[in-house]
Design a protein around this ligand. Sequence first.
Ligand SMILES: Cc1ncc(COP(=O)(O)O)c(C=O)c1O
Length: 393
Amino acid sequence: MNQNTDFLPFARPFIGAEEEEAVLKVMRSGWLTTGVETLAFEKEFAEFVGVKHALAVNSASSGLLLALEALKAGKNDTIITSPYTFTSTAASAIHLGAEVEFCDTAAGSYNLDPAKLEKLLSSGKKYKAIMVVHVGGLPCDMNAILALSRKFGVPVVEDAAHSFPSRLKEGFAGSLGDIGVYSFYATKTITTGEGGMLVSSNDELASRVEKMRMHGFDRAAWDRYTSKKASWRYAVTEAGYKCNLPDILSAIGRVQLKKADAFLLERKRIASLYDEAFRDQPGLSLPPRGILPEDGHAWHLYALRIKYSKKMNRDIMIEELAKAGIGSSVHFIPLHIMPYYAKRYELSPDSFPNALAMFEESVSLPIWQGMGMALAERVANTVLSIINKRQTG
Ligand SMILES: Cc1ncc(COP(=O)(O)O)c(C=O)c1O
């Protein structure tokens, strides 16, 4: 915990009196775990993103595991994903006994390259699923990816951990593939502390996830304790997992969902301020944008790129920002340079040069609702003064 009261954290949840009241209401209700609040949250979320089924889970990591399980990924299967992601995207396949094949990002992009994906899919090898990641909240080229999915008959799981609410002409990022998974982790665009939402419009997949989310029971706990049928009678029909989201957290999620568009507006304003400050500055590159002017960016992250030189680079920028009382982060250290994946798949840093290049230059700046434009300006001015001092020093 940083004791400096002037310290500007990289991320901070925006929780108000409404969330507090919603939690108290649940705590006083006599029902803490998954029940009416979660059912209501699921219904409201499904309506918001326009899908048939939304299933609340205790994290996006659990949701990704359940997604691949529903697609029957297991031993002798391989899934494709980008190295530019958090470990749980790939680990979900490993947990099920499947293997991962990484596909590099496009040059200058944080998202998986559809051209490279096509090359992999054309190799003749069979793949169980394509897992795309909308890094930082910028949607992948879903038209190209879904066309490849149809052509090669490989389903798409969208890791939408960063991308709520990313609206595209075709619908929300996360709602376009076979299954999408959102995260409500503490730093995300809306939060329940920990939590996530799996969405799908496929009845069969949703029904499998619903069962495996809760021990493989044939009945939900809520149904057992509220329906007229005997509460003690249930059947275990599969060796399932325990990944449900309790009502206390769903109550927070319902309030946050109502604020999602206002939150997005605030993050967009901060992103525009940063863009204006950093545009045309030597040694800096703005975050990539989508193909269309209204590219559906959720602005979960604002990742500025710092061109490498001896006097100035990403690591120096992070150190100098910290000295000035500003928190920052890096998204992501690509998985192919993480010891576990490097060893398992005999990968070197050069195996995925585009992902490596983006990692080496990127710093994620604070961008969160409740931060306010004055603090955004402080961040922008500090970044510029660090750059100028080094260039003239
Ligand atoms: C791209 C991505 N996928 C999945 C996750 C996992 O989310 P959770 O913490 O909700 O399990 C994260 C977490 O930061 C992430 O960044």
